[in-house]
Design a protein. Structure first.
Lengths: 278, 209
């Protein structure tokens, strides 16, 4: 497989969920993982040890030689945040489709009706999108959206501020208004493990300022949101994410998606992508 | 009434949906079924030694069987939501859970299930359901036991509607799809992740009805 695809960090397990050694798939190939905190290991099918990093509640590995260390989320290291392991959900879709869906705001009123959006408030105001060359990341900032129930800790509707970040081809980090703590950002991530080009395991993870909501309610809220997306993701056509304009016509609300696709093309990341114009 | 609940469980949703259709308030207690397996924790096992969800607590009464919960919810409704044919469909709902529901848990949460067998058996149940609903439709009846919904419909609805989550398409079953639509159109209907509301029937923004 090409280095443009292999030389990235991928999530393969939730650290707290690793008990006995188990097999999984990464980029279509079988890997085995196991061990204990501080001593986790991942091996390829030939028995070679792959590099591992334990961070943000998850075990990360790479089948290649990543050019950079694993991305950082400085906000997630702040004292006082609750770190929420959300488990994983498998989806029959391209890993890139899963990330792209996470970056999209326009679907909130229709798929997460009366939770992350309302049918009476569908407008996506203009926001800024940039490919940051130094960090090699995609960032969308100054995103605003009206939400009836933005988080488990939110009472009633508020206009929520967002920032979206693509930190690696299958990793997205979302920063959003934190209802109990104005000025701070809640961190919600979507770590996507590409099992194959059309099948992925999604590991959401959160670092929140919320001292009151029971942990099971936080997890339940996140799983509810993600499962509302799953049936949509499994029915998207073409299954692979087209990197060239063709069948899908973006609108102004899709600026982040446009930048994400451009960036994938620029860095040569084509796993789960359709590269020929449809 | 307290419902020990898991948002992605089709069985828990049966109880939430039935209560919503009856406008009966439920106090929901979220249980971290995945990833923490909290339903197997000592506290939950003390309440339900079988370690299953949902659990419905109504005063001194603790129910752990979903069919019994539905019966309990409608017991105060005189004849509404009940039929003398409910028992067979409540049993049928259990087979849907064992087949379509198992396939879904396999596909979403990686449960250890013989997936080919679960899908094969699930399709068999869907064909039985399709045949029955088609005959009902010919007789001018839109629901499982007659011209109005009962606990039978609510028990069979979730796992059927969620079949695609387990890799089983509902495209070949027109009568099932019309029936699903009729249930989604019921006053007081609530959705669950994977079962979307009928947006086209919602009140348009700004409209006064």
């Amino acid at each position: 497989m090409r280095p443009e695809i292999e030389n990235h960090w991928y999530p393969v397990a939730m650290c707290s969920g690793i008990t006995t050694p188990r097999e999984t798939l990464l980029l279509g190939k079988t890997i085995t993982l196991g061990g204990q905190p501080g001593a986790f290991w991942v091996r390829d099918a030939a028995g070679n040890n792959l590099q591992v990093v334990e961070r943000y509640g998850h075990l990360w590995t790479s089948p290649g030689q990543p050019e950079r260390p694993l991305f950082t989320i400085p906000e997630a290291e702040e004292q006082g945040r609750r770190l929420v392991d959300c488990g994983s959900i498998k989806v029959r879709c391209s890993p890139l489709r899963a990330v792209e869906n996470f970056l999209d705001i326009a679907h909130f009123p229709f798929i997460h009706t009366d939770i992350l959006g309302a049918e009476s408030h569908t407008e996506v105001e203009r926001y800024d999108v940039k490919i940051r060359e130094d960090e090699n990341e995609v960032w969308a900032t100054k995103v605003k959206f009206f939400q009836p129930q933005a988080a488990q800790s939110a009472d009633g509707g508020i206009t929520t501020d967002y920032m979206y970040r693509v930190a690696a081809p299958t990793v997205s980090v979302l920063y959003k208004t934190c209802p109990p703590r104005p000025g701070a950002w809640d961190v919600i991530t979507l770590f996507v493990q590409p099992l194959t080009e059309e099948w992925c395991e999604v590991w959401p993870w959160m670092a929140l300022y919320d001292d009151t909501t029971p942990m099971s309610d936080l997890v339940s809220f996140q799983q509810m949101i993600f499962m509302q997306d799953r049936s949509i993701l499994e029915n998207q056509i073409p299954v692979k994410l087209p990197l060239d304009p063709g069948m899908e016509t973006p609108t102004q609300a899709d600026l982040t998606s446009v930048a994400y696709r451009r960036w994938l093309k620029k860095i040569g990341y084509t796993y789960g992508a359709q590269v020929v114009a449809a | 009434m307290i419902l020990y609940d898991y948002i992605l469980s089709a069985s828990c949703y049966k109880v939430r949906l039935m209560a919503a259709l009856l406008s009966r308030p439920l106090q929901l207690k979220a249980v971290n079924f995945h990833p923490l397996k909290e339903h197997k924790s000592p506290e939950m096992l003390a309440l339900n030694p079988a370690g299953t969800l949902p659990i419905l607590v109504d005063g001194p009464l603790v129910l752990t069987d979903t069919a019994q919960m539905l019966r309990h919810l409608v017991s105060s409704q005189a004849a509404d939501w009940q039929s003398d044919q409910d028992a067979q469909w409540l049993a049928f709902a259990q087979t849907l859970n064992d087949t379509l529901g198992a396939a879904r848990l396999h596909d979403i949460l990686s449960y250890d299930v013989d997936i080919e067998q679960a899908r094969k058996d699930g399709v068999k149940q869907l064909r039985t359901l399709e045949e029955h609903l088609s005959e009902q439709r010919i007789d001018g009846l839109g629901f499982l036991t007659g011209d109005r919904p009962t606990v039978a419909d609510i028990a069979c609805f979730p796992n059927t509607a969620l079949a695609p989550d387990g890799g089983i398409s509902l495209d070949p079953y027109p009568s099932i799809r019309l029936w699903l639509r009729d249930i989604r159109a019921l006053p007081g209907f609530i959705e669950m992740p994977g079962i979307h509301r009928l947006h086209e029937l919602a009140t348009p923004p700004g409209a006064s009805l």
